[in-house]
Design a protein around this ligand. Structure first.
Ligand SMILES: [Zn+2]
Length: 361
């Protein structure tokens, strides 16, 4: 990378330009203000970055997890083995982020308020300290993963909702699809999958490697467990049938079961078989939880429109939910589904994303 001599013309700035195919949910950013948009988008980018890191065999903390975020207790964040590879780039307590993050429109003005469908926007990373070529490559891979196979947005995308009452609002679906229009210029230095793997695992000239995190609660959020089917969607067809709920293992009937104060419980909030571990996990029920309460982090997401971005994706959990189980659930709702051709695993996607870059150094 070129040496920066004039800070008014940072040539090491990296920009990815997108068009929003749907509105992008950045939580509270529906209130106006650019800080909230930035926070929401950066949180989402970091979340997927962690998915990539874990998928490559690395370890990444979840900064929203109270129990094991970096630095560890009694650890000094200036020692690299005291923070994980994601915190190295995105920062953690007492270790500043390596870049300034900006969300701008194509003319360079900050985006204020939520990003709407068809809006063009740029994610701009301005290095404040040296960012390694593997870090740029991982970031690039993450952003392409989001655009081609995932979705971008605030925590609403896959994190548990803080507000149960919101769960039935449509923000879990049809928000956050983006088309990647332009990657940084000049192009990033290509890194092959093996080089990235070695980097996230803390190999190559690193003393002590990265901090290894106890990933119990969120180890599933790894590209190794990711799957995606393009051009197909799951949805509610009417008040009595929902292919989405059928795949999650929830009841179909959307009618009201009961009201608890302001909170409405619908039959479709409940599982067909409350003891089915697979459905419990996919629908976001806590093990041993009381069924219809508690944070819901669904592990299947589906996007119908626009057709260009149509996709269904999700995660499995080794020992609880396998790719085969997901395929068989999808087969029940998509009669002509051909999993051998259409069902992509995270590993296949990783190969594809690395291959794209390998071809254009
Ligand atoms: Zn960390």
């Amino acid at each position: 990378m070129a040496v920066v001599t004039d800070t008014s013309n940072l040539i090491d700035v990296h920009e990815w330009r997108f068009t929003a195919l749907t509105d992008i949910w950045t939580g509270d950013a529906y209130r106006r203000g650019d800080r909230l948009v930035r926070t929401g988008l950066l949180g989402s980018v970091r979340w997927w970055f962690e998915v990539v890191v874990r998928g490559l065999g690395g370890s990444a903390c979840d900064p929203s997890d109270r129990w094991d975020r970096c630095p560890g207790p009694h650890q000094d964040p200036s020692g690299s083995s005291h923070r994980c590879v994601a915190c190295e780039l995105f920062g953690c307590t007492r270790w500043a982020r390596k870049f300034r993050f900006e969300v701008t429109d194509p003319t360079g003005r900050p985006v204020v308020g939520a990003i709407r469908r068809n809006q063009e926007f740029i994610l701009r990373f301005v290095p404040l300290r040296p960012v390694g070529r593997e870090e740029w490559a991982l970031l690039d891979l993450t952003l392409r993963l989001i655009a081609e196979y995932g979705a971008m947005g605030g925590r609403a995308v896959l994190k548990p909702s803080d507000e149960p009452a919101r769960e039935n609002r449509p923000h879990h679906r049809d928000y956050g699809l983006v088309r990647l229009e332009q990657t940084p210029s000049p192009p990033l230095v290509a890194c092959c999958k093996e080089a990235l793997r070695e980097y996230v695992r803390g190999g190559r000239a690193r003393q002590g490697g990265w901090r290894q995190v106890e990933q119990g609660n969120f180890a599933w959020a790894s590209l190794q467990n990711f799957w995606c089917v393009k051009d197909r969607y799951l949805a509610r067809q009417d008040t009595t049938y929902s292919s989405f709920n059928l795949v999650l293992g929830r009841k179909q009937d959307k009618s009201e079961k009961e009201r608890k104060g302001k909170r409405i419980v619908r039959w479709s909030d409940l599982l067909e078989d409350p003891k089915d571990e697979v459905s419990r996990w996919l629908a976001g029920r806590r093990p041993g939880g009381e069924g219809d309460t508690g944070p819901a982090s669904k592990k299947v997401l589906s996007f119908k429109s626009p057709q260009e971005g149509r996709r269904t994706f999700g995660f499995v959990k080794p020992d609880t939910v396998s790719f085969e189980e997901i395929k068989s659930r999808l087969k029940k709702v998509w009669q002509d589904f051909r999993p051998e051709e259409e069902f992509l695993t995270g590993e296949q996607i990783l190969d594809d994303l690395c291959h794209q870059r390998g071809g254009s150094p």
